[in-house]
Design a protein around this ligand. Structure first.
Ligand code: PEP
Ligand code: MN
Length: 347
């Protein structure tokens, strides 16, 4: 729409798009409103739309992902996690976010201790798995709803929003009641029913890149969530399968500038699952921020040898704290800032 197009003109265009059988998605930027018409290509009469009051131009978006594309939303999107019982934390644009915590929630004491330590080290969002996708059905699968309760109580006590993985459509309603953000794991990036289901909620979604997914596949998965009206998608590069076997996965640094050029969505990196080994985590995290990522999600444990899951890749709390000092410096070079919590709490 023209800058300063009247609300009535915007409403008219929305009504015309819906009348033609497409869905209208509004994106209000600083200067102008863009109206996305998503549907079958032949449905939209472009000449008719171009003739309506207030319309500046009609641009077909050639990319298969429409709402995720930069053409639809020129500025970086800013997504907020939290609100209600915990503060809101922003990610995207100039806002960098650090999500940290254990791989799996093992018991309330351990969770509270790690949460206090990562909060002290500079994390603003707490991670932890209640439902774990394990390669073997005989490995620890997570404590389920009990763990969600411990997560909620810990997040509320420390003023930290929480983020936890959802693996199945049947868990969405339950997890939504407790969490501030959903995590979609790498193995579920193309579980389209699950993407649609979290898309129907209004809680942000951390969408991990699939182990063998291209950036285009990944953005199409984001599109599933966005198409249901949930604007809160945060991309997460966590490493892909390559022929290299010296490391668990190869963190694809290049996907960060590519995804940022093609999409407006915030993007964070997960150095823990890429590395598989704590020695490599800090360097990969630093590289991710230097490549333009809007933050990290990282696993931390005070006693990794006792962890029920992913112990070898968990950072020790001291290393995590040192890493955050370095990441803040790198982020500053790229005009981004990690939020800080200033009130100390007992660790
Ligand atoms: C996790 O975050 O603990 C996890 C299982 O991640 P991914 O889906 O990236 O393997
Ligand atoms: Mn893990």
């Amino acid at each position: 729409m023209n800058p300063n197009a009247a609300e009535a003109a915007i409403d008219r265009v929305v009504a015309e798009i819906e009348r033609m059988g497409s869905h209208a998605h509004l994106s209000r930027g600083q200067f102008r409103t863009v109206i996305g018409a998503v549907g079958e290509e032949g449905q939209v009469d472009q000449n008719h739309l171009a003739s309506l009051d207030g319309v500046e131009k009609v641009v077909p978006i050639m990319k298969p992902y429409k709402l995720a594309s930069r053409e639809f939303h020129e500025d970086d999107s800013i997504v907020e996690i939290g609100g209600g019982s915990v503060p809101k934390v922003k990610v995207g644009g100039p806002h960098a976010m650090c999500i940290a915590g254990p791989c799996a929630v093992e018991n309330p004491q351990m969770l509270r201790k790690i949460a206090g330590l990562v909060r002290d080290g500079g994390a603003t969002v707490l991670r932890g798995g209640a439902f774990k996708p394990r390669t073997s059905p005989y490995s620890f699968q997570g404590h389920g709803e009990e763990a969600l309760k411990w997560m909620r109580a810990t997040g509320d006590e420390l003023g930290m929003p929480i983020c936890t993985e959802v693996m199945d459509t049947r868990q969405v309603e339950l997890i939504e009641r407790y969490t501030d953000a959903f995590q979609i794991g790498a193995r579920n990036m193309q579980n389209f029913d699950l993407l649609r289901e979290v898309g129907k909620t209004r809680k942000p979604v951390v969408l991990k890149r699939g182990l063998a997914a291209t950036v285009k596949d990944w953005l199409l998965s984001a599109e599933y969530v966005l198409s249901q009206g949930n604007r809160g998608v945060i991309l997460c590069e966590r490493g892909i399968k390559t022929f290299e076997d010296s490391i668990r996965y190869t963190l694809d640094i290049t996907s960060i500038p590519v995804a940022k050029q093609w999409s407006h969505l915030p993007i964070i990196v997960d150095p823990s699952h890429a590395a598989g080994k704590r020695d490599y985590v800090p360097a990969i995290a630093a590289a991710g921020i230097a490549a333009g990522a809007h933050g990290i999600i990282v696993e931390v444990h005070y006693c990794p040898s006792e962890a029920q899951c992913d112990g070898p890749q968990a950072l020790l709390p001291e290393t995590f704290k040192e890493l955050m000092v370095q990441l803040r410096q790198i982020a500053a070079v790229f005009k981004k800032e990690f939020a800080e919590i200033d009130q100390p709490v007992a660790v």
